[in-house]
Design a protein around this ligand. Structure first.
Ligand SMILES: Nc1ncnc2c1ncn2[C@@H]1O[C@H](COP(=O)(O)OP(=O)(O)OP(=O)(O)O)[C@@H](O)[C@H]1O
Ligand SMILES: [Mg+2]
Length: 249
């Protein structure tokens, strides 16, 4: 929590702060502007959907939140604390976990070694037990190099980080990409469990309807700007979904 000088307006307390907040964030790759004045909030213990067509800026938004990219203007806050200038590992220590598109596992390490790397407080065995309770198939793959796992197994291994690093906020980019439908079900069940445990989730996924099923709030990005900020049901009603999200299913 920040301290206020005596004459400053009172700062919000940790309890009424969103878990994650982006305020007026803009960003560019070189001279190409990709995000314009993006503001969004993720409440603790809630799932927030970030939808939009290909190239809209969803991945870029997650990269800004986790510190892999810096905004040209605007701020990023974690539980009311301004973290705009801090490095990704500092944000991770503060409880922000980013599961990037394309798995994010160490391919040349075994499953057991990957779990140990993801783990903060749990000992090696605790880490393994926790991951296996969420994803039993990993129990049969402990000595296997992560690079030799199937796509679904790699995704489950990547998602274990959201358990083992004991985060307060989890950013997930396209977790169901390339996965069989039954594994997509497992992944969404897992995400729902994380939300119920009090974690604030920011979810990007091609299966917009699946994300909206578990989302408490939805944003839609188009061409780098937020065009919808509201409840998921209103987005689904009428023609808003087609108008804003387009051909995503
Ligand atoms: N490293 C980069 N250098 C230059 N331009 C980039 C880079 N990464 C992304 N872009 C561009 O920025 C825009 C936003 O990309 P971003 O990856 O954030 O979109 P997205 O919404 O995640 O798309 P998708 O649904 O296809 O994953 C796109 O026009 C993309 O081509
Ligand atoms: Mg993307």
């Amino acid at each position: 929590m920040r301290n206020s000088a005596p004459n400053e307006a009172p700062t919000r307390t940790a309890t009424d702060s969103p878990a994650l907040e982006l305020r007026g964030v803009s960003a560019s790759y070189g001279t190409t502007a990709v995000l314009r004045d993006v503001s969004l909030r993720v409440a603790p213990g809630s799932a927030t959907a970030l939808l939009g067509p290909n190239g809209a800026g969803k991945t870029t938004t997650l990269r800004l939140a986790s510190g892999l990219m810096k905004p040209s203007t605007g701020t990023v806050e974690l539980f009311g604390k301004d973290i705009t200038g801090t490095a990704p590992h500092r944000r991770a220590n503060d409880g922000l976990c980013h599961i990037p598109e394309g798995r994010g596992v160490y391919r040349n390490l075994t499953v057991r070694e990957n779990l140990a790397m993801q783990s903060t407080k749990a000992t090696g065995k605790d880490a393994v037990d926790k991951a296996i309770s969420a994803f039993p198939v990993l129990g049969k793959r402990l000595s296997q190099k992560a690079g030799t796992l199937s796509g679904g197994e790699q995704q489950m291994l990547a998602l274990s980080a959201a358990y083992l690093s004991e985060p307060r906020v989890v950013l997930v980019d396209e977790p169901s990409l390339g996965l069989a439908p039954i594994i997509v079900d497992t992944v969404f069940e897992f995400l729902n469990t994380l939300r119920s445990s009090g974690i604030g989730l920011l979810l990007v996924d091609q299966f917009a309807l699946r994300v909206l099923e578990i989302a408490d709030h939805a944003y839609v990005l188009r061409r780098g700007a937020i065009v919808y900020d509201g409840d998921p049901q209103t987005l689904l009603d009428g023609n808003m979904f087609e108008k804003y999200v387009g051909e995503t299913e």
